[in-house]
Design a protein around this ligand. Structure first.
Ligand code: SF4
Length: 397
């Protein structure tokens, strides 16, 4: 069925401008999936079209409530990210409607990256062709593994055939910037299995690969049976990670963050905004925002989300005004995730002092332990530090 006129209007309005790099990053959380994966601790619920429609209505209301506090303002948009859940369950019409709503408050002419997360079972040619026309220029596809047995064990809806097929459809729909999400150290996974999945991903030649280890989180189906799952030991996991990095870098995927690798020019602009502590605004259940030292996170419960919006309130669950010290510590924690680490000049531009003034002892002690390497430009994790990155980051907060 042809779409109403307004959707064609959007096609012209939302041409993506790749040259500008100003404005804010916006995240929209779409919390519905066809089925809950066994390892998943994200906020996601079973999908029905009616529930999704209702949720999107409230999402738009949340955006209206926030912007009623900034009448007549229009903000430059740098990146837009639709995550979930499975946002690719949205029809082209629903997505277009949402984007049109956002365009009342955000200037899309400055947008450089517009990502939608997708799962292979939801990728259809007509829909993604329209997504592309509405300005979506990046897809993050949840592949997770190319081993059908493991996919089944993870509780994924798709098999490996569906990954190859959906990738082909995405290319045909016009996407030239695709990320594949891949997990390693899955139950009973050997180094050969990890290399197999990674090699299959590389053969598809996506522009970006996220390669991260399975973590067993509380509240998931896997958590209850964690001891019988056969999760590889820590030393095995370290081997999977190191060998994975080697394979990826050998095929032109440069590591730029702990779990992220890209071909030249395809680093994720949206995620870099998080890691470089640029401002971002999140909408939807559980979505977080960070603007001028204020961090907030929306409620985690759908009923509370709807109730707060019905009473004209923002659905905020957590609100923090960071102290300057905390903000600086978090800045370092985030930029240490980057391969290039923390640059003294960027820190100075942000805070008016060099990191050594604020964290001289920490940098010096961690360097002595060979967990950080520092030079006159800045400091970053060593390969030893990379393996225990979270512990190293804790020193700064
Ligand atoms: S598809 Fe993603 S968000 Fe949905 S249940 Fe699986 S892991 Fe969770």
């Amino acid at each position: 069925m042809p779409y109403p006129r307004k959707h064609f209007f959007l096609f012209f309005q939302l041409k993506v401008n790749r040259k500008n790099n100003t404005g804010i990053s916006v995240y929209l959380h779409i919390p519905f999936c066809l089925k809950k994966c066994n390892y998943c601790d994200f906020i996601s619920f079973d999908y029905s079209f009616g529930d999704l429609q209702k949720y999107l209505l409230y999402l738009k209301k949340e955006i209206d409530i926030l912007f009623s506090k900034f009448p007549a303002s229009r903000f430059s948009l740098k990146s837009l990210y639709l995550g979930g859940g499975t946002p690719s369950l949205m029809s082209a019409e629903l997505l277009s409607d949402l984007v049109e709503h956002l365009s009342k408050y955000f200037d899309f002419s400055t947008l450089i990256e517009f990502t939608i997360e997708a799962n292979p079972e939801t990728v259809e040619f007509d829909k993604f062709k329209e997504f592309r026309q509405f300005g979506v220029n990046r897809v993050s596809l949840g592949a997770q593994s190319f081993d059908d047995e493991l996919l089944k064990l993870l509780g994924r809806v798709h098999d490996s055939k569906k990954i190859y097929k959906s990738f082909e459809i995405l290319r045909k729909s016009g996407f030239d910037n695709i990320n594949l999400d891949l997990m390693f150290s899955l139950p009973e996974e050997t180094i050969e299995d990890v290399m197999f999945s990674l090699s299959e991903a590389i053969k598809l030649s996506p522009e970006h690969i996220s390669f991260y280890s399975l973590t067993i989180e509380r509240g998931t189906k896997f958590f209850k049976i964690r001891d019988s799952l056969g999760i590889p030991q820590e030393n095995e996991q370290a081997k999977h990670y190191k060998m994975g990095i080697k394979l990826l870098e050998g095929h032109g995927y440069k590591q730029y963050e702990i779990s992220n690798f890209s071909k030249e020019g395809f680093q994720s602009i949206h995620n870099l905004s998080y890691w470089l502590s640029f401002p971002y605004a999140g909408f939807g259940i559980a979505a977080g925002s960070f603007i001028s030292r204020i961090r907030r996170r929306n409620v985690l419960n759908l009923k509370s989300y709807y109730e707060k919006i019905d009473s004209g309130m923002l659905p905020i669950g957590l609100f923090e005004h960071l102290t300057e010290r905390r903000q600086k510590g978090e800045y370092i924690m985030m930029c240490l995730r980057l391969k290039g680490g923390c640059k003294n000049s960027l820190y100075y531009d942000r805070f008016g002092v060099f990191p050594v003034t604020d964290f001289g002892n920490e940098i010096s002690n961690l360097s002595k332990m060979k967990l950080l390497k520092a030079d006159k430009e800045g400091f970053s994790l060593t390969s030893k530090g990379l393996l225990i990155a979270n512990q190293v980051m804790e020193y700064f907060i």
